[in-house]
Write a protein that binds this ligand. Structure first.
Ligand code: ASP
Length: 460
């Protein structure tokens, strides 16, 4: 079979040949379901042979059932080479040394036309080949720790990552970037915030919502911003660096324990919750939005605490939740439960006996709020008081995922429940704050221009 039809067989191949259309043709396709226009991609090995895969100009791939095709016309041909040329990263003694630790995710991905899927692929030379501006910012070296999508990150990976960060700090690196999938970046950011105590340099997590083969990819800009931050910033904390507003005006630096992915597909998906972000970053400069951060130091002192008790769960309460879920956790020997409760921190009455039994068995139960913004207040309603008398401990304004990670980390250090409580309720890196700024709910979250534009339509 000719290379032009590689991957296509059976009916799909027949249809392509019939209309004189090739793989990599730019084609107009008329179907019983409407007209489409795009590039015919090689077919995935795992797809059936009754569909043609078309890449639309938006970057999305769609499958077109061959039985619906009425006409196809080639109007161009655009063979793509998705192998990024590897180039050796230039170094200069005047630039700071930054290390990028790769864990996977879209930022380290390209489209694999063999399977049709976005696959994690991370190579230092590829990175430089793709974003040459990085060489103007620092001397970058890279190490691939994992190549996974972030749903596959967990305690084992957090510990390896924390240890790798510790080693880099000892070696004298000036800043660290962690390439990571965005889906669970906020879990890893809080795990690293707890496991890497008092770092002397910036530790910047970065990802991208859209893979680099898509025109709207945020990969390059996020990388440039994160590299600038790791090299230049005097903020020696664990941060997430991602798109700020929906345009590419600036990136935001979010503190690792106050950040959350808030949109499944927007590039400006990360938001600081219950606070305002640490800083804005663009190609030229880093603009702090506050002053209460740990400054860069020259010493190499850092404490790595890579521990995690895995029998901890995060329970998202929903109306009519049945107690059997908690009963199951008791029987399965769980050590801790974080509940994301409704409103100020509530669950329904039928759960009370199970919670009581859990606490009596020595399982620690902590309460957070589903609203994300605001504090747990368990003195306001009877429900809260009842739950506290059962032994549930409120966690102020710690985000549910952060409380889950912190509880795993606390129980990894001690099984003395008073000590666990002390660790849980003593703020380490702003996972609990004294107050939430009155304007933090809206301000500097990157969406303001859009909000104003929307409001102006109604309020002239
Ligand atoms: N599913 C991907 C991940 O979290 C999404 C991304 O990287 O943005 O690994």
């Amino acid at each position: 079979m000719s290379d032009l039809f590689k991957g296509y067989k059976g009916r799909a191949l027949h249809v392509l040949k019939n209309f004189n259309v090739r793989v990599w043709s730019e084609a107009k396709i008329k179907t019983t379901r409407g007209d489409f226009q795009g590039i015919v991609l090689p077919r995935s090995e795992t797809d059936d042979d009754r569909h043609i895969v078309l890449k639309l100009s938006t970057g999305y791939n769609i499958g077109i059932a061959v039985d619906t095709i009425q006409d196809m016309q080639e109007y161009g041909y655009k063979e793509a080479h998705y192998k990024i040329p590897e180039r050796e990263f230039p170094t200069s003694p005047d630039k700071r040394n930054v290390k990028m630790l790769g864990t996977g995710g879209t930022i380290a991905s390209r489209l694999d036309y063999r399977t049709g899927a976005v696959i994690p692929a991370f190579s230092p030379g590829e990175l430089y080949g793709a974003v040459p501006e990085l060489a103007d910012i620092c001397n970058l070296s890279t190490e691939k720790l994992f190549a996974v999508f972030s749903e596959n990150m967990g305690p084992t990976q957090y510990k390896v990552l924390a240890q790798a960060i510790g080693e880099e700090i000892k070696k004298g690196t000036d800043g660290i970037i962690i390439g990571h999938g965005t889906d669970t970046m906020h879990h890893t950011a809080s795990a690293i915030s707890f496991m890497v105590q008092n770092p002397p340099i910036p530790i910047v997590m970065v990802g991208s919502q859209r893979s680099s083969d898509r025109p709207s990819s945020d990969a390059a800009l996020n990388l440039i911003h994160a590299t600038t931050t790791a090299a230049e910033s005097d903020i020696a904390e664990v941060m997430v660096c991602m798109f700020g507003p929906t345009s590419d005006e600036y990136g935001l630096l979010h503190r690792g324990t106050r950040v959350r992915k808030m949109h499944s597909s927007y590039r400006s998906t990360f938001r600081t919750i219950g606070d305002i972000p640490l800083a804005m970053v663009n190609r030229e400069k880093i603009t702090p939005l506050r002053q209460d951060y740990n400054r860069r130091r020259n010493d190499r002192n850092v404490t790595i605490v890579p521990v995690f008790e895995e029998r901890v769960s995060l329970l998202y309460y929903y109306p009519n939740m049945h107690p059997d879920i908690i009963e199951a956790m008791i029987d399965l020997d769980y050590k801790g439960i974080v509940i994301a409760g409704t409103g100020l921190g509530h669950v329904n009455k039928p759960l009370y006996p199970a919670i009581k039994r859990a606490v009596e068995k020595g399982i620690v139960v902590y309460m957070t709020v589903q609203t994300l913004w605001g504090y747990v207040h368990m003195f306001v309603y009877d429900t809260g008081r009842d739950l506290m008398s059962l032994g549930i401990i409120p966690t102020e304004n710690m985000l549910p995922e952060v409380a889950y990670i912190k509880l795993g980390w606390a129980l990894g250090q001690t099984s003395n429940l008073d000590e666990v409580k002390e660790i849980m309720l003593t703020p380490i890196c702003d996972e609990i704050t004294e107050r939430e700024p009155y304007n933090g709910y809206l301000i500097y979250q990157g969406g303001i221009p859009e909000v104003e534009e929307f409001i102006k339509q109604f309020h002239k």
